[in-house]
Design a binder for this molecule. Structure first.
Ligand SMILES: Cc1cc2nc3c(=O)[nH]c(=O)nc-3n(C[C@H](O)[C@H](O)[C@H](O)COP(=O)(O)OP(=O)(O)OC[C@H]3O[C@@H](n4cnc5c(N)ncnc54)[C@H](O)[C@@H]3O)c2cc1C
Length: 422
């Protein structure tokens, strides 16, 4: 970067913080705008997410078979994936695009894209963690999925074999192997597991704040309490800056990294970005004594148990309820029951924190990274679905390359904004 480009980054979640750090470290004059009083606020999708760095998690939500399973789960409020029935043209359009993305060739192509991005991002995470990763509890010691039924185990072993062909290493484990690794797993509760040794985990809020601090150290300004509500036109096909609750900010380029809220900002630019807020939950409990430092996923109900210091975070579930962010106690019960069955944690164990956040969910499971088709000085960095923490660093790098006018280090064609008819 020539040194004096001005870039505004909208959104102080994990993607915005990584983008701001990458831009500032290349010498750009950057201002990061966050609506809430702090970066990584509880309202963001990253605040208390499951903390997984998962280069193994490359099979998108939209894959062959997902529709049938989704339909069965759709009306069950305790299922891992729930769509609240409602009349919404945006949701209908999203589901239609999701259906197309479930075609085998499409899903395979998307998995390859995610694999390449995830592998690159994991290497960047390692490099970032080499400079203070203990502050965000960075670990790269695998992820263990365990299964309670033979059917679940068979499907997981088949998926592991599929992913091996992409280059994702894994180890299929017997129930005895699982208990040897995690003695706290209740006898007879699981039939086996799959370990993906290259995965990792971290404290997502501590990581995001560390990236914002990196950006500041490199000269970026962080403006909190600044909600972007509009754009200042810079003549045909350009924006001159943004209008915020703290006044107008002007820049050569604007990066939209406002997570699930980006769709509304895109709407102001005349673009219909199909991103749905996909509500997920987490509960922090006391970590059982001696529980190893490897996150566990209870496979069939899709519940993740992540050890973070003296806490154990129970997380996941995916609820398409639009912007209804109410906490549904049944979804919390779903998390607690999985932890009770597998680790014997009392269902009423006191919670240190209960949280929910809106993942920015695209229909094809791929993020949106690229220039706006109508406003070349606006760059989108959003739609990271369930992988925003994993993919934050590579997104920062790609956006910094784009803003500097360089050829991006990954093919951005599959991630472009106008891959959905806008
Ligand atoms: C339960 C759960 C578990 C998850 N687990 C994982 C995991 O283990 N690993 C993983 O990689 N990912 C995980 N995710 C997904 C991950 O959290 C998201 O993909 C990620 O947070 C998206 O990052 P983002 O920066 O785009 O959006 P967000 O983190 O939501 O940040 C967006 C920010 O923009 C701000 N903003 C919004 N509108 C405006 C505006 N108009 N003006 C200014 N600021 C604005 C918001 O306040 C917010 O701070 C999980 C998500 C959930 C909900």
């Amino acid at each position: 970067m020539s040194g004096r480009e001005d870039v505004l980054v909208v959104g102080g979640g994990v993607v915005g913080a990584c983008v701001a750090a990458a831009l500032a470290e290349r010498g750009a004059a950057v201002t990061l705008l966050e609506r809430e009083p702090e970066v990584c606020p509880p309202e963001s999708a990253v605040f208390a997410n499951c903390g997984l760095l998962v280069p193994s998690e490359v099979e998108p939500l939209a894959h062959p078979g997902a529709l049938g399973q989704g339909l069965r789960w759709m009306l069950d409020t305790t299922s891992p994936f729930y769509v609240r029935p409602r009349v919404s043209l945006a949701l209908m359009r999203w589901l239609w695009l999701f259906r197309s993305a479930c075609a085998p060739e499409a899903a395979q192509a998307h998995a390859r894209v995610l694999f390449e991005l995830s592998a690159a991002s994991a290497a960047l995470h390692d490099a970032l963690a080499a400079d203070g990763g203990e502050a965000w509890h960075y670990r790269r010691n695998g992820w263990l999925a365990v299964y309670e039924t033979a059917q679940g185990m068979d499907a997981a072993a088949a998926q592991a074999a599929r992913l091996q062909t992409l280059g994702v290493p894994s180890e299929v484990l017997s129930a005895a192997d699982v208990r040897q690794r995690v003695p706290q797993v209740r006898p007879g509760s699981v039939v086996g597991g799959v370990l993906t040794p290259e995965d990792g985990h971290m404290d997502p809020a501590a990581f995001t704040r560390a990236m914002a601090s990196r950006a500041e150290r490199a000269g970026a300004t962080i403006a909190t309490g600044a909600e972007v509500y509009g754009f200042a036109s810079g003549g045909p096909g350009a924006v001159r800056g943004v209008r915020t609750t703290r006044g107008d900010f002007v820049a050569d380029q604007v990066v939209l990294a406002a997570g699930a809220w980006t769709a509304a900002l895109a709407g102001q630019l005349g673009l219909r970005l199909p991103i749905e807020p996909a509500k997920g939950y987490s509960i922090d409990l006391a970590r059982p004594a001696g529980l190893p430092d490897t996150p566990i996923c209870v496979g069939e109900p899709h519940v993740v148990l992540t050890p973070l210091g003296d806490r154990l975070r129970l997380g996941s579930t995916l609820e398409l309820s639009g912007w209804d962010l109410r906490i549904r106690p049944r979804r919390l019960t779903h998390l607690r029951r999985a932890a009770a069955r597998v680790l014997g944690i009392a269902e009423d164990a006191p919670a240190g924190q209960v949280w929910r956040g809106p993942r920015p969910l695209t229909p094809d499971g791929l993020p949106v990274i690229g220039r706006s088709p109508r406003h070349p000085n606006v760059v989108f960095a959003t739609g990271h679905c369930m992988l925003g923490l994993s993919l934050g660093p590579v997104t920062g790098k790609l956006v910094a390359e784009l803003c500097a006018g360089e050829t991006p280090s990954h093919d951005l064609e599959p991630l472009r904004v106008d891959r959905f008819a806008l």
